[in-house]
Ligand binder design. Structure first.
Ligand code: CAA
Length: 255
């Protein structure tokens, strides 16, 4: 891997975006490497949750402007350069974005593709594509709108302004705000907690929440009910409930 660092700590897989000279700008190689690593973590029974992070200065400052600047419509259309990111939707294990510094354009969109965001006090979010004569292209117009509502999404996407972490937290974009020095530790603790639970139930819970953005309330509740029933086909459900009744800690086997 040349654009990311990959690490495993117990049952947590960590991807650190690592293109420091360009503030972790998302180029094609980085997209390939992130997706390849996520797929490997997803297929690995020894990994229960994933953290994606960047540097203290930038989670990612967007898609790589140098790489894109001279592309033609035909190249962008035929190569569908952002399509690899669609594979993130196929990752069934939880992904936490640990965001410090800039999360702009594609960087903000990558954070939004993760399941939730834990942000450092110096984090900044924005979709400044309009200043480059373009618009968000990796789902920002949809996911940002889902996350913060139409008013703020329109404001950010149309003016290109950046918001600080407190505005992001108040708007529901960010789950938790922590001091910069505690960012990775907090994200890892959350990931370790998740990775310790009954893995099929964790994945079902992620699926159930995501269905809320794709269907009607009626269908979503029906989907949740089926997943809830399916949880009773897992060993982890028996272990979790019997451990509670026996007043001991559960020991989940992650299958
Ligand atoms: N692509 C390529 N290189 C980038 C980059 C990007 N998105 N963002 C920053 N860099 C590079 C800079 O060119 C600079 O390189 P050099 O040292 O070789 O000159 C280096 O990273 C450091 O950047 P700055 O000197 O600009 O640092 P700064 O602290 O003064 O400013 C910043 C930081 C405000 C983030 C500024 O770099 C910036 O505005 N970056 C661009 C943000 C942006 O427009 N993102 C959207 C990209 S388009 C997109 O993402 C489309 C989509 O929806 C997928």
């Amino acid at each position: 891997m040349q654009t990311i660092l990959v690490e495993r700590r117990e049952r947590v897989g960590i991807i650190t975006l690592h293109r420091p000279k360009s503030l972790n700008a998302l180029n094609r190689q980085l997209a390939r490497e992130v997706i390849e690593t996520l797929k490997a973590f997803n297929a690995d029974d020894n990994i229960g949750a994933i953290v994606i992070t960047g540097s203290a200065r930038a989670f990612a400052a967007g898609a790589d402007i140098e790489e894109m600047a001279n592309l033609s419509y035909a190249e962008f259309y035929c190569d569908d350069i952002f399509a690899p990111w669609d594979a993130l939707r196929l990752i069934s294990k939880p992904i936490i974005a640990a965001v410090g510094g800039y999360a702009l354009g594609g960087g903000c969109e990558l954070a939004l593709m993760c399941d939730f965001i834990i942000a450092a006090e110096d984090a900044q979010f924005g979709q400044p594509e309009i200043k480059l004569g373009i618009l968000p292209g990796i789902g920002g117009s949809q996911r940002l709108t889902n996350a913060v509502g139409k008013a703020l999404a329109m404001d950010l996407i149309l003016t290109g302004r950046t918001i600080d972490v407190h505005e992001a937290k108040a708007a529901g974009l960010v789950a938790r705000v922590v001091p910069s020095k505690e960012l990775l530790q907090t994200a890892l603790e959350a990931a370790h907690t998740i990775a310790g639970y009954n893995s099929p139930a964790v994945r079902m819970a992620k699926e159930a929440v995501n269905v809320a953005f794709e269907t009607s309330l009626n269908e979503g509740i029906r989907h949740e009910r089926r997943l809830f029933q399916a949880a009773f086909a897992t060993e982890g459900q028996k272990e979790g409930m019997h451990a509670f009744i026996a007043k001991r800690a559960p020991v989940f086997r992650h299958r």
